[in-house]
Design a protein around this ligand. Structure first.
Ligand code: SF4
Length: 654
């Protein structure tokens, strides 16, 4: 009997219309857990490095995490993996909501798509019955609208539907997969879904999941819930609101946007508006948000309520994604929050990434102001800021005129446009738009996370360690007192010694070695969460979360029956991290690609930055170019990866 996982994947060959239920190898669960870990292994085994994102050989995997659907709170993530059209590396994007548990209850750990359908289709998974259905009637429909039509025609209001909008159908590089209460938005996974001509996947499952030691597991799950309750009653003092509590940035709960609007950049990630947040703005924005927000909602089996149902007169009701309420508003320099709520509804139906798309639009208008693009490119575009953004969004998702060029994101658009446009695509890492944040002094921990993170999304790499030092020793001592999550006591000392100014402050403190330790801890928690399908909002993202390296082994062991201690779990993390790096190294990723945007910090320290990268690579068992060494791969039971890299000349001289 298999525990926690179903032991079966659904394999769908869209070119042939073939559907198979395939038993999985339990050895792979032992080596990689599930979710991101096994997705990476499947992509390594089956997708040769010559494969382009829109080749039929590219796979699109929808995976549950190992604990999804079990009573563990927040274990609801679907991990979508494929080759990203934007970075040309492995893209993995995650969504919460209800999709992954439903898929497990239908009897599958993953859906693996290969090939391309000759026509637009949707997939209907109803426990053991799986069909590929014609979706001609859904062409051009919005993502949320599509889900409603499918549920109604199937007469299955409880089906969970993941769908693409117009952006996905037209292979816009920032196309998302929308799923009612969540979305997989980053790295163009919706474009690959559209390329495979899958409009939607509907799933309904009513089976059970087996647990190896249910009584012990439920007890541990209850301890997690109890901790959440206590932690919510006691927010961490002295840090910004979104880190003080738990949950994936609870943007729809908070109305205080001083921190975001004054610290993040506006427009094409350039201008900070230091005095923006006045009493008048605060009152107006609070009123707008509270009027629009009908109800706070949660993902499956979670008490945190991070999302909100938004209802505004004249447009259909939708669920607002955490930070999207600000991204369009700030990119368009619109002082009215109502605009953000309205345009986000249209963007959700079109199915686009709310982090990248506003930046791409602001980039387009900046090129127009600079004379690199011309009025002819924007013929018919209204002159007001709001109208301009709606106009350009419509063109991008339809790939019309200049919208067709911008639909590939700022990096690729700049290559096509030429005339110095690349200087304006200034906020990318590995060809992908980052958060519009520009700061003063280099932070060594963030330098490493930005440079080397394969998730290509800083908010999903960071967490665990405070972003800046506490001003007083009393505050630090108070913080470390009940810091049970640290993997090692040394982290407490790192924090106690960290000062705002002087010798023990950024950029030279945390020291190079400490920075590597901190990044490794943060990465470890994210990689474990992404293999288990646990939301980062309850684990790797906030300070002092309920899940950590000390209780995870017990939870995994009692759920799956695989006896696992902390050292073994750390080894699995290392294996998954290294395999993902090897996959991308095989696709060409090297040290030269590992850098933050040039203007991310005003004060840069080239020598220190090189030392940080050297130390990080050495710690990970990678060579000076960021490629895993033969020895480290062998030690992680990845000898076959070493052989492949050696044969291709990527690992040299053994
Ligand atoms: S913490 Fe928030 S985003 Fe995460 S599972 Fe719970 S409700 Fe969803």
């Amino acid at each position: 009997m298999r525990y926690a996982e179903t032991g079966y994947n659904l394999e769908i060959d869209l070119s042939r219309g073939n559907i198979e239920r395939v038993e999985t190898d339990p050895k792979l669960t032992k080596l990689h857990l599930g979710g991101l870990g096994t997705n990476t292994r499947i992509l390594w085994d089956r997708v040769p490095p010559e494969t382009e994102p829109f080749d039929p050989e590219n796979l699109l995997i929808f995976s549950t995490g190992l604990l999804c659907g079990t009573p563990a709170t927040g274990a609801n993530r679907t991990i979508v993996s494929t080759i990203s059209p934007q970075t040309l590396l492995m893209g993995y994007s995650m969504m919460g909501g209800f999709f992954a548990p439903e898929l497990k209850y239908a009897g599958y750990d993953k859906i693996i798509f290969r090939g391309k359908s000759p026509k637009l289709v949707y997939i209907w998974i109803n426990n053991d019955n799986v069909e590929i259905r014609d979706a001609a009637h859904l062409k051009g429909k919005g993502a949320v609208e599509t889900a409603e039509i499918i549920k109604s025609e199937l007469k299955e209001p409880n089906a969970q539907v993941a769908a693409i909008g117009l952006a996905g159908e037209n292979r816009v590089f920032t196309a998302s997969i929308e799923q009612g209460r969540s979305s997989a938005s980053r790295l163009g996974v919706g474009a690959v879904m559209g390329d495979k001509r899958i409009k939607a996947i509907a799933v309904r499952g009513t089976k059970d999941i087996n647990l190896a030691r249910p009584e012990e597991y439920i007890k541990l799950c209850n301890e997690v819930l109890q901790y959440i309750k206590e932690r919510e009653e006691k927010p961490v003092p002295g840090v910004m609101p979104i880190l003080a509590g738990l949950g994936s940035p609870q943007e729809m709960k908070h109305v205080d946007e001083k921190w975001h609007t004054e610290n993040f950049s506006w427009g094409n990630s350039r201008t900070r508006r230091k005095e923006f947040w006045t009493k008048e703005v605060e009152d107006k924005w609070t009123e707008t948000q509270l009027n629009a927000r009908k109800r706070l909602i949660s993902c499956y089996n979670c008490p945190m309520k991070c999302g909100a149902i938004i209802s505004i007169q004249g447009i259909s009701t939708y669920m607002m994604k955490c930070f999207s309420k600000l991204t369009y508003t700030m990119a368009a320099f619109v002082d009215d929050l109502d605009f953000g709520f309205r345009i986000a509804q249209r963007a959700t139906e079109y199915g686009v990434d709310g982090f990248s798309t506003p930046q791409i639009m602001a980039f387009g208008f900046e090129l127009l102001d600079a004379g690199i693009l011309t009025e002819k490119d924007f013929e018919g575009c209204p002159s007001d800021n709001e109208g301009r953004f709606y106009w350009l969004l419509d063109r991008i998702v339809r790939r019309e005129g200049i919208g067709d060029v911008l639909a590939d994101g700022t990096y690729w658009a700049a290559q096509k446009i030429g005339k110095g446009a690349d200087a304006y695509a200034h906020n990318n890492i590995k060809k992908h738009e980052q958060l519009p944040l520009k700061l003063g002094m280099l932070n060594p921990v963030y330098f490493l996370m930005y440079s080397t993170g394969e998730k290509i999304n800083i908010t999903q790499i960071e967490g665990q360690f405070p972003q800046s030092p506490f001003p007083t020793m009393e505050e630090r001592e108070e913080f470390v007192k009940d810091w049970v999550q640290v993997p090692d006591e040394k982290f407490k000392q790192y924090l106690l010694d960290w000062e705002l100014r002087g010798e023990r402050s950024n950029p030279y403190y945390p020291t190079v070695d400490m920075s590597v330790d901190i990044v490794d801890w943060q990465e470890m928690m994210h990689y474990i969460d992404d293999a288990l399908g646990v939301c980062a909002g309850l684990s790797s993202f906030p300070l002092k979360p309920p899940y950590h390296i000390h209780n995870y082994p017990k939870l995994i062991s009692s759920a799956t029956g695989m006896d696992l201690d902390e050292a073994e779990l750390k080894q699995i993390y290392k294996r998954n991290r290294t395999l993902l790096r090897a996959f991308n190294a095989r696709r060409g990723l090297r040290r030269a690609d590992e850098k933050p945007p040039e203007d991310h910090w005003k004060k840069r320290f080239p020598e220190l930055e090189e030392k940080l990268l050297d130390a990080y690579y050495q710690f990970k068992g990678w060579d000076n170019d960021g490629v895993p060494t033969k020895e480290s791969l062998q030690e992680l039971e990845l000898g076959f990866v070493a052989e492949d890299l050696e044969q291709r000349g990527i690992i040299k001289n053994g």
